[in-house]
Design a protein around this ligand. Structure first.
Ligand code: PNS
Length: 161
């Protein structure tokens, strides 16, 4: 059974993440989408909110499981016993950081292979950070995120006001 880990902050999950999850789910028998618990000091969405949103939008894939990890990615890859780590590459600008991370992870654990998947060009400019900024200033994020995430961003904005 070929399994892979797709790690990230997912604060919040975007259509770009979903595109990568869909591609990965067709290549592997099982995908663990793993939310990094302590990756960002100040996430907009709590861990439970990010997990609930991911579970809702991933429910259409029967081989995708939403989970979490804390600490080093290589330790999580070992714990989940996966064949590969999946990362999305949107543009050349992502490459340097992603290459560095993949090589560092391999230096930490020789068995840790990273596979890069490119989302549709239409999603190549999406980032969770920009989407949060647009939503908090009242812009329309519905083309960029699943409806459940757009609604959650709307509620978050209303609660913060
Ligand atoms: O959603 P992001 O910010 O692109 O996710 C980055 C993440 C969480 C995958 C990365 O920061 C990570 O792997 N953090 C865990 C700590 C770790 O292993 N650091 C060393 C990587 S070289």
């Amino acid at each position: 059974m070929r399994t892979a880990l797709f790690p990230g902050s997912f604060d919040p999950v975007t259509n770009g993440h979903l595109d990568v999850i869909e591609r990965a789910s067709s290549l592997f028998d099982k995908i663990f989408v793993a939310i990094a618990i302590n990756s960002e000091k100040n996430p907009l969405f709590s861990f439970d909110e990010r997990k609930a949103l991911l579970e809702e939008v991933c429910s259409r894939f029967d081989n995708v499981v939403v989970d979490a990890f804390d600490g080093l990615l290589v330790d999580a890859a070992r714990k989940f016993d996966v064949s590969a780590v999946i990362r999305g590459l949107r543009a050349i600008s992502d490459f340097e950081y992603e290459f560095q991370m993949a090589m560092m992870n391999r230096a930490l654990s020789e068995k840790c292979e990273t596979i890069f998947l490119m989302p549709k060009p239409a999603y190549s400019f999406l980032s969770s950070r920009m989407i949060k900024e647009i939503a908090m200033f009242g812009g329309d994020v519905s083309p960029f995120v699943p409806p459940a995430v757009a609604e959650a961003l709307g509620r978050k904005k209303a609660n913060l006001q």
